[in-house]
Each structure stands twice: as structure tokens, then as C-alpha cells.
Design a protein around this ligand. Structure first.
Ligand SMILES: N[C@@H](CCC[C@H](N)C(=O)O)C(=O)O
Length: 287
């Protein structure tokens, strides 16, 4: 079949966006991988699918596939691209929309300066719901947060890293590092992503605190490897830092591909993610 798509990015986290309202989509994991392949396909960290929603009050349904072919619950940078896509394609004339995802309803809003703000919903802090299996682990209370010691085995050597575990609809484990540039993202990211305590795997965040309203962040994403930015990772890092008493809202997040801003008023409150969404080109591919 011939598939029409739009290539987009949000702070360098890149996407193939597909209108599945006007096209029939039913791809296998292998076909998603082929589309995401940077040499033999279009290339993307994630594929975003735009569908009609059957949920009352929702404008669209948003589905997300990592470049390993797996469908996942949430993608923050993708949510901004999604909002820009439906506006640019004339699928809505509203600047603020309600979008159904696997993880609940999110609400992106187009800003006058071209950026997009997304109400990502409240973070989930209960380990079992992340899901995170705490059996055999000792939580260490620090401030209002609980840090969990994760044991990693690196070339026969055992190392323990302290991570804040939470969900933004998708699972995150965030650690504080002295310097994001030298953080062992490639080395320990895959070990954390596949750690036995995370039954659904996890996104591994490495956060350098610059000051109380500014962090630098790298994320080794579940099912995609390190990306130039991770929107839900930025939300998770800001929430973890605020809960630990290290950060104040709003938090500026410098990712390798651009800048994001996160606002959070505290437990039970939604997290707001603001940042860019850019259309790169339109294309058609035979699959
Ligand atoms: N890049 C994303 C997150 C995409 C999904 C993630 N890799 C997962 O598997 O949960 C973002 O901007 O949030």
C-alpha cells in the first residue's frame, strides 16, 4: 500500500505522523520498524497515528508506536506535533483539543507564538501503577519523595543507582547526575530500561540540576534508545525534582535537541508541557 505521512519533530524528537482518519492503517510491528528505519525507511523515534475518537468529549484518538514497533501509552513531544498536525491538515479548527490516549485524556493547546502547551494529566506516583515492582527493594525517604535503589551489573561489577519512579502515563526512572554530558546514558540506560523491577520496561532519565528552575536532561527511551528530547521524560524529571525539594515550578528543561518548559502545582495536579512542534516535510511511501 501507499502511505501518506508527515515528518515532524518536537525539540529533535522526531516523528512520522499518519492521518488514519482518511487512510486505512493496520501495520505489524515489523512494518512500523521498517517505516522508522533511518536507512531503509523514513526514520523516526516514534510513529504517531491520528484517529477519530469514540470517547464522549474527545476530538481525536492518538496512538503511539516506538521505533522498535511496540505500541505505548504516551508521548509528550508527540502530543505537541499531533496538535499542530490536526490544525495544519484542517482536521479541526479548534486551538485547544481533547485527545484520547492509552493513558487517558490529554489536552494540547496551540499558543500564539507557535509553541504548544499540553495538559498531560497528573503524574502517577504509586509504584504498583507505574508499574514498578518494589519487592526486595528498600525505599529511602528523602523530603517528600521515595528514592529507590536499583542494582545494576556492569561487566561483573555491581553498582546501585537511586531513581525516582513515576508514570506520566508511561513509566519513568529519573536519577540526578552531576553533568548530563558525561552521564553514562548509553552504558546504563539499556540496563535500567530492561531492569527486572520494571515489568513493562522503563524510560531512563539523567537529570543535571543547574538551578532550582533549570535542568539539563538526557533520556534513554524505552523502545527507541536515547532521543534528542523526551517530553514525558521532561515532565517526570521536573516532578521528581520538585517532589525531592530540589526544583521549583516552572522548570526550564534543556534537552540536546531543544528547550521545554514544565509547570506543576503539586500532587494530584496536572503537568503542563510547553515546547516547539515543527513540520519538516510531507511524503508518500510504499509499504
Ligand atoms: N518521546 C516521547 C516518549 C515516547 C514513548 C516512550 N519511548 C515509551 O516507551 O514510553 C515523549 O516525548 O514523551
Amino acid at each position: 500500500m501507499k502511505l501518506k505521512f508527515t515528518k515532524m519533530h518536537g525539540a529533535g524528537n522526531d516523528f512520522v505522523v499518519i492521518d488514519a482518519i482518511n487512510q486505512q492503517i493496520d501495520f505489524s510491528a515489523a512494518q512500523w520498524q521498517a517505516l522508522a528505519d533511518r536507512r531503509f525507511g523514513v526514520g523516526a523515534d516514534q510513529m504517531l497515528v491520528v484517529e477519530k475518537s469514540t470517547m464522549p468529549g474527545c476530538d481525536f484518538r492518538y496512538r503511539i508506536f516506538n521505533n522498535d514497533g511496540g505500541e505505548v501509552e504516551q508521548c509528550g513531544n508527540g502530543a505537541r506535533a499531533f496538535a499542530k498536525f490536526v490544525a495544519e491538515k484542517g482536521l479541526t479548527d479548534r486551538r485547544s483539543i481533547a485527545v484520547e490516549t492509552m493513558a487517558g485524556i490529554i489536552s494540547p493547546r496551540l499558543e500564539d507564538d507557535g509553541s504548544v502547551t499540553v495538559d498531560m494529566g497528573a503524574p502517577v506516583l504509586e509504584p504498583a501503577l507505574v508499574p514498578f515492582d518494589t519487592e526486595g527493594l528498600q525505599g529511602q525517604p528523602e523530603g517528600r519523595d521515595t528514592l529507590w535503589p536499583l542494582m545494576l551489573e556492569l561487566a561483573g561489577e555491581k553498582e546501585t543507582v537511586l531513581v525516582s519512579v513515576l508514570s506520566m502515563g508511561n513509566p519513568h526512572a529519573v536519577q540526578v547526575v552531576p553533568d548530563a554530558d558525561t552521564a553514562p546514558v548509553e552504558l546504563t540506560g539499556p540496563l535500567i530500561e530492561q531492569h527486572a523491577h520494571f515489568p513493562n520496561r522503563v524510560n531512563a532519565g539523567f537529570m543535571q540540576i543547574v538551578d532550582r528552575r533549570h535542568i539539563r536532561l538526557r533520556v534513554f527511551e524505552r523502545g527507541a534508545g536515547e532521543t534528542l528530547a523526551c517530553g514525558t521524560g521532561a515532565c517526570a524529571a521536573a516532578v521528581a525534582g520538585i517532589r525531592r525539594g530540589l526544583l521549583d515550578s516552572p522548570v526550564r528543561v534543556d534537552a540536546r535537541g531543544g528547550q521545554l518548559s514544565i509547570a506543576w502545582a503539586g500532587e494530584g495536579q496536572p503537568v503542563y508541557l510547553t515546547g516547539p512542534a515543527v513540520t519538516v516535510f510531507e511524503g508518500e511511501i510504499s509499504l
